[in-house]
Write a protein that binds this ligand. Sequence first.
Ligand code: APR
Length: 237
Amino acid sequence: MARAIVVLTGAGISAESGVPTFRGPDGLWEGHRVEDVATPAAFARDPVLVQRFYDARRAALARVEPNAAHHALARLDRDWPGDLLIVTQNVDDLHDRAAAGLAGGGRLVHMHGELASALCARCGATQAWVGDLSGADPCGCGGTLRPDIVWFGEMPYHMDRIEAALAACDLFVSIGTSGAVYPAAGFVDLARRAGADTLELNLDPSAGTAWFAEARHGPATTLVPAWVEDVLAETQN
Ligand code: APR
């Protein structure tokens, strides 16, 4: 019986694609205060600044490509016969692009939303979005379209599905995240309570590294393909 696996990814899995992380050297939060660009109050106070911040990040997606770590997880999603949920904190579309064209899979959720989506601030409707949201026409309901990003103080998406998967998993793997932000930082504890094995794949020890039964440190493009090949080999024998 193939193991049930939950994978959590953070900005570190996209770093080698050229997407800035948040808390590393020249990270996004070095150049911007969270309170100015990533809270509902910031959007109410200065929607132009907030829209421009996310418009720039959305435009940058066209200049980056999925890396070997994204492609390895897409293969896992296609080939793993057991239960699998890939939970990303990332709002880039690199996991999605790596999986495009691969049959099956689709076991990926964006818990912090997506740059490639717009959300109506009034009715809550979402729609795929490319290009700038600054100056976009309003929603059909008349509401303003905002980035479909879960800001600080807002409830992450898919939490019921994520918590159910963690409660039932045999293996929890955290990739490229600092363990600085909840609820994602608490997922390893939920997995341990479920009796799961726990593995951290990260460039440096995260804030939560002591919670993991095993930690491997190095670049995601090295660690993740190697781990995926090992796990898929389990199903060969
Ligand atoms: N390979 C593997 N890990 C890497 C690499 C790499 N090439 N480069 C950096 N890392 C690791 C860093 O060591 C760090 O632990 O990725 C992690 C990035 O941490 P953060 O910048 O804090 O990003 P993340 O953990 O995803 O932030 C979580 O915080 O601001 C919010 O909503 C935002 O989703 C984000 C959340």
